[in-house]
Design a protein around this ligand. Structure first.
Ligand SMILES: Nc1ncnc2c1ncn2[C@@H]1O[C@H](COP(=O)(O)OP(=O)(O)OP(=O)(O)O)[C@@H](O)[C@H]1O
Ligand SMILES: [Mg+2]
Length: 253
């Protein structure tokens, strides 16, 4: 964490801005071994390489916009979304997020493999500060949507990756968020579940106030759900405009 970065989360319905990044940068440190990574917590001089995952990113997203983040592997899309979701912290620049965020990021990560599906859902809702009563009311729907059956009470380590993504999507899409962040959620589920996800995304998007930040390598899904596309390359914004132009720009690179 650096004092040079400013991160502000608010929930002000009068404010037309949902997300604003100003010259936001994030560097990851890479160590040769796990041992060196541990040592580095005590000794700042342990040799390491640096990856500039987000390089002076600026963007302004208004409430109700649906925006696709496009870009090749390693372009910095997931890093930016993690920062917006408050899961990781930038090194410099400023981040303003206005509204309750529901983020479905790395599908398997975030679940505790030892705990059951049900226990993981409860844990996640507690971390997000969702009131117990609200969670209890939504739980039957989440479980039903996930179609996990008896597996909901089995430890997550017994789940396939598609099953983890079902649970993650069912949870993330159940609350009525102001800002919905979906990072490659359609990549793992089978065909039947994917179409069910698409239907639910359409339902959520029909709620006028929702802001969607959507990462996908599926250009037709991007065009179906988003009006605007931001293309990242090596951590920088290289295009920001209407989705059809963004897809064309990205496809020609
Ligand atoms: N936890 C981490 N530790 C070290 N480096 C990381 C970490 N997470 C991401 N990176 C690096 O940051 C850069 C951006 O990664 P990021 O995951 O944001 O890319 P992405 O655009 O989401 O790619 P993809 O399409 O493959 O998901 C990459 O070079 C990656 O190796
Ligand atoms: Mg990613």
């Amino acid at each position: 964490m650096s004092s040079r970065a400013q991160v502000k989360h608010t929930r002000d319905r009068e404010n037309p801005i949902a997300v604003q990044l100003k010259r936001m940068s994030k560097t990851y440190k890479l160590y040769g071994t796990e041992h060196q990574r541990l040592l580095a917590t005590f000794f700042p001089n342990v040799p390491h390489a640096k990856v500039l995952a987000n390089d002076n990113l600026s963007m302004l997203i208004e409430r109700g916009e649906s925006v696709a983040l496009l870009g090749g592997n390693g372009a910095g899309k997931s890093t930016a979304l993690k920062i917006i979701a408050g899961i990781t912290y930038p090194d410099s620049g400023s981040v303003e997020v206005n509204g309750r965020v529901n983020a479905l990021l790395n599908l398997s990560a975030g679940f505790d493999a030892k705990l059951t599906g049900r226990e993981n859902l409860r844990l996640r809702s507690q971390v997000q500060g969702i009131p117990e009563a609200e969670f209890a009311k939504l739980l039957p729907d989440i479980i039903e949507f996930s179609e996990l059956g008896v597996f909901i009470d089995q430890p997550i380590r017994t789940y396939s990756s598609g099953m983890k993504s079902r649970l993650g999507f069912a949870y993330a899409s159940s609350f009525d968020p102001d800002i919905l962040i979906l990072d490659e959620v359609l990549a793992v589920g089978d065909k039947a579940f994917k179409s069910k996800c698409l239907v639910r995304m359409k339902e959520i998007m029909a709620l006028k106030h929702i802001t969607l930040l959507f990462v996908t390598h599926d250009m037709s899904a991007a065009q179906q759900f988003c009006q605007r596309g931001i293309v990242l390359d090596k951590g920088k914004v290289v295009f920001d405009g209407p989705i059809a132009e963004a897809v064309a720009f990205y496809s020609e690179r």
